[in-house]
Design a protein around this ligand. Structure first.
Ligand code: IVH
Length: 676
């Protein structure tokens, strides 16, 4: 055969393989089945063997970053791996500090010390040591359950296998970031979009020998489960980590005061370009471990830490079109399709325009030249448009009055709390009637914090939807696998894997189940509250009577907005049907009730007035930790009304009328055997 033709064929196969790799690593969206991928690789190797001078630099024989295994064993983190809330401005930091002071019931002059640590943009991992020996290494996964990548982590030279220091805890999960240096990434540029993807790809290799070929680093910064850690604060902990043989970031600092945080932030941002690793912000953690414990977590982020993201990069491009996307809750979001442009190392071709009001306020039009801003992992947005460069025939953008997906009328709701008309326009159809809403609901249903079905990502939802394989959540559990097996990009093995992942998730907690339904205003935290309140699925499911709804208002944290949203959810036949159908295929576990051996077991509390040295939120956690419950109003259900300074007279009077015990702070603390 003509050498030229062979070379062409060879090159196109290699190119295809690179494309598949990119899809796998960067989009977590494999375009082909394992078998197809392996066959392609074999064909390339066969050609190389036959024609030895063919070899390309990207040959799979030379390549280290080939397709990793998707099937690592899973394991639970004994202490969840949390994420962090973001701050962008000085004001965000001031608010962060204020909230902490409020929770701790301290005045604003209270001096908080923070450990300020550059936030490396890599992949986090948790290393379990028992008696100084590295036993296990997990990836973050969904924060609760990670993948067992012990053997790959063990190839990283920054990770000690044995620690002999006397003061090293008997048992501890050391957590930190796996990353690749920019100087090393230079040689891998062709294969990965950025250093983070390269690190992720390398860590997920099937064969640790392949992991070894990409030079990974590890920086330690926190711990999970521990037994025998006798350290009082984060800065001492970081120092200890060094003594024990871990690397820590040399730019970590102990700082107090928002002004000083800003000075440090500016200083580090200046150095950012010259660092040999990518950072996307600075993490601030309250230094004192006791205070960290008092503050605890909200949903899946600690109250005691925040990530201060670096400012954005900007770029100028042209708005080619304005698309209207329909979200899970029916919100219409305008998105500008822009001429692709590289902003800070990422190719941007979409930018959000937020809502109708924003378009009108900035008079944004198709054809405009716009300034686009991108900050970290936040969706890029349009800052402004240059009206001078506007084409003469340009027309004002008219926001559609009907849903672009189902044609239903769109509405702007009146918010009873803020007493303002919502800036967001919504599709007025009820849930599953609108295709776009349905698809988004399904994406939410399989998402990380909901059912978290491995390998069932957004792309697959869209694909299966188009093929009419799914329309409602229950369809996911009744898939026709024989059909899927014959689809392009699927094979026996990948279908088997998918079936396995789906089966695994049939056993689900009530909390996740409620969250996955995608009821408006019911996020993670509220789903948790509801699950605690109802305890069993059957109670939740049979929610229908007025009294049940009124009862829900008693849940501390649930208000009118949430209750009316749940009400309208349950009044919809399609939603009820989904719940019934899901019930047939799932095993929904009862909520784990707080242990009932606490001092306040079976007792309910309500606070009125200001307490001394302790905030409402902290009192609430204290009560719950001791198996008690807080409720949000005075009723027959209340056992104790705790009064502080300036209590609401109405509450006290009503409590007395109902013969409820009224106690002060000291009496309350006495119930807990505490004096202060
Ligand atoms: S602490 C409970 N410290 O940021 C606090 N995280 O959004 C959570 N990260 O998944 C972790 N540098 O991958 C912490 N010095 C640092 C960090 C850091 C980078 C990453 C980590 C985590 C993410 C949280």
């Amino acid at each position: 055969m003509d050498k030229k033709i062979i070379k062409k064929e060879y090159d196109s196969k290699v190119k295809l393989l690179i494309k598949y790799d990119k899809f796998y690593y960067e989009n977590s969206d494999p375009k082909v089945s394992d078998k197809e991928y392996d066959d392609l690789k074999k064909e390339i190797l066969k050609l190389e063997k036959k024609y030895p001078d063919l070899k390309s630099d990207y040959s799979p024989s030379k390549k280290v970053g080939h397709k990793p295994s998707k099937n690592f064993k899973k394991d639970f983190h004994r202490v969840p791996m949390l994420s962090l809330a973001n701050a962008f401005t000085e004001n965000d930091l001031i608010n962060f500090e204020k909230k902490i002071n409020n929770y701790l019931s301290k005045s604003d002059s209270y001096k908080i010390f923070y450990s300020a640590e550059p936030k490396i943009d890599g992949i986090s991992a948790s290393l379990t040591y028992k008696n100084g020996k590295l036993e296990k290494g997990l990836s973050r996964g969904d924060g609760k359950e990670g993948e067992d990548i012990t053997n790959n982590l063990k190839t990283i030279s920054d990770i000690p296998h044995n620690i002999n220091s006397k003061d090293f805890p008997e048992e501890i999960d050391i957590r930190g970031e796996v990353f690749i240096k920019n100087s090393e990434f230079k040689n891998l540029k062709e294969k990965f979009a950025n250093p983070r993807n390269a690190a992720s790809g390398s860590l997920r290799q099937k064969n640790p020998e392949d992991t070894k070929k990409i030079p990974l680093n590890f920086i330690a910064y926190t711990y999970g489960f521990e037994k025998g850690l006798n350290i009082k604060n984060q800065s001492d902990f970081l120092e200890k980590l060094n003594e024990w043989g871990f690397k820590t970031n040399s730019l970590n600092k102990l700082i107090s005061g928002v002004k000083n945080l800003i000075l440090n932030y500016n200083e580090i941002e200046k150095q950012r370009a010259n660092l040999d690793f990518d950072i996307d912000g600075i993490v601030y953690k309250i230094n004192d471990f006791d205070i960290q414990k008092r503050l605890g977590n909200i949903a899946n982020a600690p109250r005691w830490a925040i990530a201060h993201k670096f400012s954005s990069s900007k770029g100028i491009s042209e708005i080619l079109d304005i698309d209207i996307q329909v979200g899970r809750t029916g919100a219409l979001t305008p998105v500008a399709k822009i001429k692709p442009i590289n902003i800070g190392g990422v190719i941007v071709s979409n930018a959000t325009l937020h809502n109708e009001d924003e378009i009108n306020r900035k008079d944004i039009r198709i054809g405009d030249t716009a300034v686009i801003e991108r900050a970290g992992d936040v969706i890029p947005h349009i800052l402004s448009v240059d009206k001078q460069k506007r084409p003469k025939n340009s027309k004002k953008f008219i926001f559609p009055k009907n849903c672009p997906s189902c044609g239903s009328e769109t509405i702007k709701e009146f918010n009873k709390v803020t007493k303002k008309v919502d800036a967001v326009r919504r599709c007025s159809s009820e849930g599953y009637y609108c295709d776009k809403i349905s698809i988004e609901k399904l994406k939410h249903f399989v998402s990380k914090e909901a059912f978290n079905i491995d390998g069932f990502g957004k792309k697959i939802v869209e694909n299966f939807w188009k093929l009419k394989l799914i329309k409602y959540p229950q369809d996911i559990f009744n898939l026709d696998f024989s059909k899927i097996e014959n689809l392009e990009g699927w094979g026996k093995l990948s279908v088997q894997n998918l079936k396995y992942s789906i089966d695994q998730k049939k056993n689900i907690s009530l909390e996740r189940f409620i969250y996955s339904l995608g009821i408006r205003h019911i996020g993670l935290e509220n789903a948790k509250l509801l699950s605690k309140h109802f305890v069993s699925f059957s109670k939740f499911k049979n929610l229908s009577k007025q009294i049940d709804y009124e009862d829900m208002l008693n849940i501390d944290g649930i208000g009118e907005t949430q209750v009316s949203s749940i009400k309208s959810f349950f009044s919809n036949k399609a939603n009820k049907n989904v719940i019934n159908k899901l019930e047939n295929v799932l095993l929904i576990k009862d909520a784990v009730q707080n242990s009932d051996d606490g001092l306040l077991n079976n007792k309910t509390f309500l606070v009125t007035g200001k307490l001394n040295g302790i905030s409402r939120a902290e009192v609430k956690s204290l009560i719950e930790e001791n198996s008690g419950k807080t409720i949000s109003s005075v009723s027959k259900k209340l056992n104790f009304l705790i009064i502080g300074e300036k209590p609401t007279k109405k509450k006290v009077d009503y409590a007395k009328q109902l013969k409820i015990k009224v106690i002060d702070q000291a009496e309350f603390l006495k119930m807990l055997n505490k004096s202060t």
